[in-house]
Design a protein around this ligand. Structure first.
Ligand code: GRF
Length: 200
């Protein structure tokens, strides 16, 4: 199976995925890395890893969201991509894109969904005062941070945590959990029963 990673930023999850592919822990081929931000460090990481297709795709060159997503789907088809992994991709995908890769898009979120959806999950969990937060890997559907949950892992919040110290521990979990989920998907070990994901 071939997959693509879409990323907008640092790409530490992309790096963890690249490393896991090298070690044979992700049994699928990373065929493309695409970013909506030309300066994203994720693109550097992908070039260094010699990913076959590494591409900045500037949304400014497109009329609207669907126009951008149509080009994205074309590029993914050209690279024979079977499934898509979002790793810090900061754009909402159109229904057209979701339909094109129905049940074949994975996302990672730095909280235990359905708690703390949105772009500030780590800060929001701290501010709310929960004692436990965590990481969720889920399928992507038309609603943001909503699709069927594949894997979750809890991270305890310590009394002296700041957003930085908590983010550090959450990222460590992400870098282990995401490759594991991708490998399960690539090996056909995930089955959907409504919104419940059965593993094995
Ligand atoms: C991660 O915390 C992920 O959960 C969220 O965006 C962040 C991306 O970080 N969706 P990185 O670019 O992989 O370092």
């Amino acid at each position: 199976m071939n997959f693509a990673v879409l990323a907008s930023g640092n790409g530490s999850n992309l790096q963890a995925i690249i490393n896991a592919c090298r070690k044979g822990k992700v049994r699928a081929k990373l065929a493309a890395v695409i970013s909506d931000r030309s300066q994203a460090f994720a693109l550097e990481r992908a070039r260094k890893a010699k990913v076959p297709c590494v591409l900045p795709l500037d949304p400014k060159g497109f009329q609207d969201r669907e126009d951008f997503d149509r080009r994205l789907v074309e590029i993914l088809a050209e690279n024979k991509v079977d499934f898509v992994v979002l790793a810090g991709f900061m754009r909402i995908l159109s229904p057209y894109f979701i339909q094109s890769f129905r049940d074949r898009i994975l996302n990672i979120h730095p909280a235990l969904l359905p708690a703390f959806k949105g772009g500030h999950a780590i800060a929001d969990a701290l501010a709310y005062g929960v004692k436990v937060t965590g990481v969720t890997v889920h399928f992507v559907d038309e609603e943001v941070d909503h699709g069927p949950i594949i894997l979750q892992e809890a991270v305890a919040i310590r009394p002296k945590d700041t957003a930085e110290t908590l983010a550090f521990r959450i990222h460590k979990v992400e870098h282990r959990l995401y490759p594991a989920a991708i490998d399960l998907f690539a090996r056909g070990k995930l089955r959907l029963a409504g919104r419940v994901v059965r593993i094995g």
